[in-house]
Ligand binder design. Sequence first.
Ligand SMILES: NC(=O)c1ccc[n+]([C@@H]2O[C@H](COP(=O)([O-])OP(=O)(O)OC[C@H]3O[C@@H](n4cnc5c(N)ncnc54)[C@H](O)[C@@H]3O)[C@@H](O)[C@H]2O)c1
Length: 255
Amino acid sequence: MPGRVDGRVALVTGGGSGIGRATALKFAAEGARVVVADIVPESAEETVRLIREAGGEAQFSYVDVTDEESVRSMVDLTVGEYGRLDCAHNNAGILGPIADMVEYSREDYDRVIAVNVTGVWLCMQAELRQMLTQDPPEGGHSIVNTASVAGLVGSPDIPAYSVSKHAVVGMTNSAARSYGTRGIRVNAVCPALIDTPLAAPMFERAESEERMRLRQAVGRFGEVEEVAALVVWLSSAEASFVTGTPVRVDGGALA
Ligand SMILES: NC(=O)c1ccc[n+]([C@@H]2O[C@H](COP(=O)([O-])OP(=O)(O)OC[C@H]3O[C@@H](n4cnc5c(N)ncnc54)[C@H](O)[C@@H]3O)[C@@H](O)[C@H]2O)c1
């Protein structure tokens, strides 16, 4: 049986860990050739190894998403390797310090914005430029940005992160409107807390893990594979009429 994204070329940033690794593995399992991009080569190489071990096709690309030249090289490598770019998952991100807004340093704020906002912006620009030169696959090209439930409601403990994820939702919606008639769909996924290295400080600080668990209607935290399944579905022809949507994958946390 063909996979959901059979024969497509997918690019995942932050593919060396957590949600990005799970998405890269899922893309490959559903038939895509995958470029796994990350600022930490060893972890992304490990994702590539896992994909190949499972019989899939993947390549590593170094990327620092805050660096325009590096982002351009990542897209060039993808096209050089596989000839085109059908699906992009702009997922690299950082949490930044857990602190009140008034305690936030300018330096910390700038770093969160550089990775989470400018990083997604630069990736989208480079990906859109490439996609606009291609004939769209069935259901359209797809860009999926990783936002967060913190991009939909305020998060007092992580204010800069919340700013950054609201911006991701905004640029997702704007790009969806700009490129919808040109064969490119742009969506965002908004996970609640998922147990990854990024979220570890949130777990450490939590007054009670049980209370945090119960914030989700389903009474548990999410798994990276549950986010990956949504990203790959959004990237497939099955989601052909879905664009400009920040989709919650939050176990009902914001219900
Ligand atoms: N874990 C959660 O609870 C949660 C919830 C909502 C949203 N998110 C978002 O999911 C995305 C993935 O996070 P995760 O939880 O899997 O974290 P993670 O720390 O496991 O993975 C993040 C990856 O991004 C990479 N990265 C960081 N800065 C980079 C840069 N400048 N250039 C390229 N790569 C860079 C890291 O090396 C890492 O591999 C992030 O955008 C995060 O904000 C996570």
